[in-house]
Design a protein. Structure first.
Length: 279
């Protein structure tokens, strides 16, 4: 019995190395499977990340940028976009902000423009439009066209229907030398003071220009100019010097009231040289 017991115990203990080897093999197989799963998960994550990069970054970079305009009142976004599209910058990556700003600045009614790119596909364009303080009529190719003039004397054109050419707060100026001026060019220096004066009057709460149908610039013999004003509700024209301000307009309206009372046959009132004369 003792011999048999020894043999069984020897057999039992002899199996331990085999069992251990089997367990180690199983652990090794489990580690391999876990490593494979981990690698697969990493590859899947890389693929998902690559897809996100392609659709969210690379594709927008290589397609036409999204243009966002701000600051416009008269100019339409489609007109501005067409101007930029002339540059044939097909993608955000190839979009040149300086060239775009230069192209938009060539529009006569644009005073200032700034262009900013935002990754990955947006372009923000902020514009400052010229504000008309006066309007005039020019003859181009046998056709009369309305142009506007800002306070700095820059001649420009507004094609937008949102600008009312009949707006009484923007006076009509005639007699300016516009024949040789192109859009975007400035009036000669001596007329810029007049535009600045008109701008100051236009910003007043009283709408003085609603009472004037036309302001005519009349050159004088000294190489400068004087003004002839045509009131809306009177057939009398008013001659004055080139200084146009609120005081002068108030004085003109008072004289017109007097003329209606004592000089009803007058066709012209001369306010030059510090005296009032009727004709």
């Amino acid at each position: 019995m003792n011999d048999i017991t020894v043999d069984i115990n020897d057999f039992f203990y002899a199996k331990k190395p085999v069992r251990k080897a089997v367990e180690e093999k199983r652990e090794e197989v489990h580690d391999v499977k876990f490593t494979i799963i981990k690698i697969a998960a990493i590859l899947l994550a890389v693929l998902v990340l690559a897809e996100i990069v392609i659709y969210k970054v690379l594709n927008p970079l290589m397609t036409a940028p999204v243009l966002n305009f701000s600051g416009t009142k008269y100019l339409r976004d489609d007109v501005l976009a067409a101007k930029i599209n002339e540059l044939e910058m097909k993608s955000w990556f190839s979009f040149d902000a300086d060239k775009a700003a230069s192209a938009l600045s060539s529009i006569s009614s644009v005073e200032n423009v700034s262009v900013r790119k935002q990754f990955p596909d947006k372009v923000f364009i902020e514009l400052t439009e010229r504000v008309p303080v006066a309007k005039s009529i020019v003859l181009a190719n046998g056709v009369s066209e309305s142009v506007q003039i800002d306070k700095n004397g820059v001649v420009f054109s507004l094609k937008s229907t949102s600008f009312d050419v009949q707006d009484s707060s923007v006076p009509l100026i005639s007699g300016l030398p516009l024949e040789n001026l192109k859009e975007g060019m400035r009036l000669p220096q001596k007329y810029r003071a007049l535009m600045d004066q008109i701008s100051t009057i236009k910003d007043l709460p009283q709408k003085y220009f609603a009472a004037i149908s036309e302001i005519q610039v009349v050159p004088n013999e000294y190489g400068n100019y004087e003004l002839t004003l045509y009131p809306v509700k009177s057939r009398v024209r008013v001659l004055t010097d080139r200084v146009l301000n609120e005081e002068a307009l108030k004085y003109m309206l008072v004289v017109l009231d007097v003329a209606d009372a004592i000089a009803r046959n007058a066709t012209e009132i001369d306010l030059r040289y510090g005296v009032v004369s009727f004709r």
